[in-house]
Design a protein around this ligand. Structure first.
Ligand code: A2P
Length: 334
């Protein structure tokens, strides 16, 4: 099979830069790499494997000769340009939420449902970052003893809101420490030394925000199981780039923390960090810059006397396993 020509849409963004980093660090064989962004960035350069690549403006003819296009420039750009890329012969791996809910489009986490990739008709969707972080360590449990109910609370980093929100966290923190005023630009609230409900729209009928709705819907789609009852509370915290998730799940049959630990010990993409004696558990600091989902605090849910429920705490790099790494793993499988 010949090496592929790859394009990155949104190459200057927080995830786009990590696409480049993952292709480089994983030594993905490719014939060429094209970096696309808005007209604002055209002419800037980025280094890749010792070469200097120029950023090009995304245009309708950008995809001629491209085999795989990795998109992370927001839903609007994906909706507009993914069909154009597919028409030009490329397979699109899309990090936005544009196509995730479409039943005809595979929503893939390679450790869970790589088999779905064969159904693609040109577009493969990369799941929501909080969903990936939750589901990679939950999947081995679900296979052994089906999860019937899942309650998650997320602690989501600035990186999920892109480079601009990461800057806002840095600038507002610096201003706070310097005793200066900082007027929020990206979110409505002061970000430094604060946390707030995820900055997506609230459904006025249910009270759930858009991020929570994604976690709920994507769990069912990725696990191919509509019977799982899911509730989510998604919170943005002042952490730069790794998401954490506290989850409690109830299985069909009784299950022990030891059984969960044994399942996770051999699960791909999961690393157990569960040192009770030293109170050392998954932290964004340890999750950042690496590709595993860290899992710990694996314990019985004492509120469920049936013995079917477990609580645990996990953390993963939002920009890597939550976004770019997952998409590059899909590209590798392609
Ligand atoms: P640019 O840097 O030129 O604005 P993030 O997720 O970190 O906010 O990054 C968003 C990415 O999407 C950036 O690479 C940004 O490029 C890109 N982007 C935004 N608008 C457009 C557009 N109209 N055409 C192409 N790329 C875009």
């Amino acid at each position: 099979m010949k090496n592929k020509n790859i394009a990155i849409v949104g190459a200057t963004g927080a995830v786009g830069r990590e696409f480049v980093g993952c292709l480089e660090s994983r030594g993905v064989p490719l014939a060429s790499l094209k970096l696309l962004a808005s007209a604002r960035s055209a002419g800037q350069t980025q280094s890749f494997r010792g070469q200097t690549l120029a950023i090009e403006e995304l245009k309708e003819d950008s995809f001629n000769g491209v085999d795989i296009a990795l998109f992370s420039a927001g839903s609007g750009i994906s909706k507009q340009y993914a069909p154009i890329a597919v028409k030009a012969g490329a397979v699109v791996v899309d990090n936005s939420s544009a196509f995730r809910a479409d039943p005809a489009i595979p929503l893939v986490v390679p450790e869970i449902n790589a088999h779905r990739m064969k159904d693609h008709k040109g577009i493969i969707a990369n799941p929501n970052c909080a969903a990936i972080t939750t589901l990679v360590p939950l999947w081995p449990v679900h296979q052994a003893n089906p999860v019937r109910r899942l309650i998650v609370s997320t602690y989501q980093a600035a990186s999920g809101g892109g480079a601009a929100l990461m800057e806002e966290l840095e600038f507002s923190t610096r201003a706070y420490l310097d005793g200066k005023e900082y007027a929020p630009k990206v979110v409505k609230y002061p970000y430094a030394f604060n946390l707030f409900s995820h900055n997506t729209a609230i459904d006025m009928a249910t009270g759930y925000n858009d991020e929570e709705a994604k976690v709920i819907k994507e769990t069912k789609k990725i696990f191919e199981d509509d019977r799982i009852a899911v509730s989510a509370t998604c919170i943005r915290v002042p952490v730069l780039r790794a998401h954490s998730v506290s989850m409690t799940f109830e299985c069909e049959r009784p299950i022990t923390p030891q059984e969960v630990k044994a399942l996770l010990a051999k699960a791909p993409g999961v690393r157990i960090v569960d040192d009770w004696a030293n109170n050392y558990f998954p932290m964004p600091k340890d999750a950042s810059g690496q590709g595993d989902v860290l899992a710990g605090r694996i314990r019985k849910d004492l509120s469920d006397p049936s013995g079917k429920s477990i609580s645990m705490f996990v953390a993963a790099d939002q920009l890597l396993k939550g976004a770019a790494l997952n998409a590059v793993q899909i590209a590798e499988l392609l």
